[in-house]
Design a protein around this ligand. Sequence first.
Ligand code: GLC
Length: 446
Amino acid sequence: MSNSQEPLAKKLLQDAGQVLRDNDHGHYIAPAKNLYPHQWLWDSAFTAIGLRHLDNDRAQQEIMSMLRGQWANGMVPHMIFNQDSPQQRDWGVWNSRLNPNAPEDLSTSGITQPPMLAEAVVKIGEKLALPERRTWYKQVYPQLLAYHQWIYKDRDPHNEGLALLIHPWESGLDNTPPWMAELNHHLLPLWIRTIKAAHLEPALSLFRTDTRFISRAERLSNVEAMALYAVQRRLRRKHYDIGAILNHSLFIIEDLAFNCILARANQHLEAIAKSIRQDIPKDLQHSMDKMPKALEELWDPYNRQYYPRDFITHKLLKESSIATLLPLYAGTVSPERAEVLVKMIENEKLFGPAYPLPSVPLESAYFNSKRYWQGPTWINMNWLIIDGLRRYGYKDHADVLTESTIEMIAKNGIAEYYDPLTGEPLGADDFSWTAALAIDFIKAKH
Ligand code: GLC
């Protein structure tokens, strides 16, 4: 930010700190008021990354409080429910105690979300002197290790080096094009197809909570939302048991965003282990070592980009999204391929509108500047890609994107996501990870 914009950054720091205080439930910070009263896995990690600049003890508590939800098999669930919230229906829907690994003393979901914890642990560690950093690492390492072991054990059954996901909510990019294409082309259950054919879709609005708070045009269609709930119910019927789920499900994807984040999380886990002189167990190390090569199998030489892959057919799912750029964050791809991705960021028809980075390239048939993960700019994605750009040596690109991101938030408010064409704030107001990452962007510059 230029000197004339310093006051804007100062005001943003104050406002962002206030948002985090307002959304604080004592031991965790909720993503936003009303719509998001519970604790979400990757939200807590991103929130802790910013919070460390204000109160590093509280940032540590944020991580520990998410780890309370860890299952006996190592899974960290994507949500821990706030049982005092009026949105109690949310946790009734899951009933995750059907699975014996679920904790008894709190209610969680039965699926996970991108493994951002290791990144947050390291970022918090950067703020500590070496002895305290080691103490912190020792405190979290056993749970972090168990989480990574669970990912490979349950989600890489064929030992391919890539994790599979069983619901788009696990990707964090709920309605991202590759998942929605699969859903619409193959998987709408008969009852939902019937509703669609009979034009009864509007009646389904009664079942939605999100559209009570957010404009319908920004979210999933009713049919898509019901289809995602139907997939969730199928998982519940299998008691969230991965063996049973894999035997019956057709909706299993080796997701690109998740695996890029996992690749980076593995690097962090190794660094944490090294610093506290622990050896990563051999099986896990073996699986982690496969990641760089496995990610290259997601490269499509014709369209010259990475895609997610269908776990069963092994076909690449050729729909671009913001995940297309995340191999930069993974850090495992060659400089030549990183350059191909940087060219896509520079391209105005792809990822280069006035307020980058859009969650879907502008020329995609899915692009809609207001619809959730099908166009809007999300601050956590910018943060990951900026981090990747720096590590690949694209300092100027990283600086420019950091500036434009800070400016967009400062001028439009701390929103969940933004219209990439106009900068208009969309989704929930006073959104925690936007606040936290704005703080991180500003503080990282000083
Ligand atoms: C939405 C987002 C997801 C996020 C959650 C809570 O479902 O798609 O990524 O974790 O909200 O903020």
